[in-house]
Design a protein around this ligand. Structure first.
Ligand code: COA
Length: 193
């Protein structure tokens, strides 16, 4: 597998590994952080899920979760992900994430940050970085996104990254916003390197 570390102006994105259980615990057990994502997990639940979250799929492992850290301090601030979008299920079907196979269906981008890192533009930086990776280094031709309708910050991040609002769709077993960006649109937006 190729090295899948990605860099932005301020951040290093590295595939999530078992050594990131501290970060995953901090994110997933905090009710404020998961307010629009579901119920907070217990530390034991996080420990159980770690082997699943570090799974990678697609050619050269292009689908999966990355953890983001600040380059100059090394502080881990959150995660970004490219994952199959669940439609009638409440969660990703991790069984579809198989090395050297692209899952069928839509691939969504997502991001979850520690509260101390909110409001500094980091989610936008992570999202742009994953779009660049998706369109320049992976076979993906389109990336989708959805969010809780109340999560206006997440919507704003997607707008800043050039996503188009396509109305509503089925996702996570609910009617949810349908945001999309194609590789052509990304190039037309002048975001290609
Ligand atoms: C949502 C989240 C990822 C945003 O991260 P962030 O690093 O603070 O986002 P950014 O700073 O890159 O951008 C946020 C934008 O939302 C804007 N914003 C903040 N509060 C807002 C509000 N109440 N309504 C509308 N826009 C708002 C900010 O001003 C900024 O836009 P701007 O640059 O045009 O000013 C972060 O709050 C988080 O991790 N939340 C918990 C997990 C989560 O909900 N993830 C998304 C799942 S879909």
């Amino acid at each position: 597998m190729e090295c899948l570390d990605l860099t932005t102006e301020r951040l290093l994105l590295r595939p999530l590994s078992l050594s990131d259980r501290d970060l995953s615990g901090e994110l997933r057990t905090n009710p404020e952080v998961v307010k629009y994502l579901g119920e907070p997990m217990t530390p034991d639940g996080v420990e159980q899920y770690m082997p699943v979250w570090i799974r990678r799929g697609g050619p050269n492992g292009c689908i999966g979760v990355w953890r983001a850290s600040i380059k100059v301090t090394g502080e881990k601030i959150g995660t970004g992900a490219l994952l199959p979008l669940p439609i009638e299920e409440e969660d990703t079907n991790w069984d579809t994430i198989i090395e050297n196979e692209m899952p069928d269906g839509d691939t969504e981008v997502g991001y979850i940050l520690k509260q101390s890192a909110w409001g500094k533009g980091y989610a936008t930086e992570i999202c742009r970085c994953l779009l660049r990776f998706a369109f320049e280094e992976s076979p993906l031709n389109e990336v989708v996104a959805t969010f809780d309708i109340e999560n206006r910050k997440s919507r704003r991040v997607l707008e800043k990254c050039g996503f188009t609002d396509k109305g509503m769709r089925r996702a996570y077993a609910h009617e949810a916003p349908d945001f999309r960006i194609s590789c052509d649109q990304w190039i037309a937006n002048g975001q290609a390197g």
